[in-house]
Design a protein around this ligand. Sequence first.
Ligand SMILES: [Zn+2]
Ligand SMILES: [Zn+2]
Length: 308
Amino acid sequence: MQEITSHFPHGEGRRCVITRRACFSSSHLYWLPELSQDDNSALFGPCSLPPGHGHNYELIVAMEGPLNEFGMVLNLSDVKHAIKKEVTSQLDFRFLNEAWPEFDLSKPEGCLPTTESLVRIIWEHLKSHLPLLSLRLYENPKLWADYQGNAMDAYLTVQTHFSAAHRLAREDLPQEENEKIFGKCARPNGHGHNYFVEITVKGKIHPRTGMICDLSALNSLINDLIIEPFDHTFLNKDIAYFSDCVPTAENIALHISDKLTKPISAIGGSLYKVKLQESPNNAAEVYTNASESKVDFEESRNEISLLR
Ligand SMILES: [Zn+2]
Ligand SMILES: [Zn+2]
């Protein structure tokens, strides 16, 4: 054993996370047989229209382990074949409601194939074949679910955007001092950004609807409370909160988090994280529960662009 480890000292006692991406295209239909046509359409909107509709899904599989004697956690060819055999070959170009028995809604235990329930079931299909750490499933580039194998707990993220101007300066400081602190961002007439916002909601997947919260209600909240009031404004002047709070990316993210926390609780979810991408070069993330931020900042250190 000692002889072998001496050939790969980088891996000795250290674990590594690797990811593999896989894509598939599938259709689905949100329609529960125990509900009337009207109730189905009230609950699921256009997703309840027969015969269904489709998405180009993207799955990111994160796995963790020590390195082997070849400097790898796993042979990527084995990973690729496991994902293909257990998941994509069974789902690609299929109707999800009929592809796996977990989505058979004629049975009481059947669950709608939402993004969050699909990622959970994919975990069940993969877990005995790969050392899973987490799964992310994109239904489209602006909607994805994360799952880490914790029973019915999942995360759903919606990405949206708004455009706004701001000026970074404290009114109680002279211009010269503001320019020292905030640089060009303190220039008197402001400047603008196309802000990208990611709202991550945590919750339990409902065993029947497959949802952690009502997605259309969530989209309405984000639109009504954030996008409509913020879009095409001068934040310092048009948003009362920023009349005496410098609208840095951090403060905007915190304010969005404060505005959304209670309304999201009221629709059955729990706001987990707000990420505000201000430019390609800087973003800010805030976690609703401060104790969770430390863990996540550590875990995601390598992949996020947190600080300017
Ligand atoms: Zn859909
Ligand atoms: Zn700026």
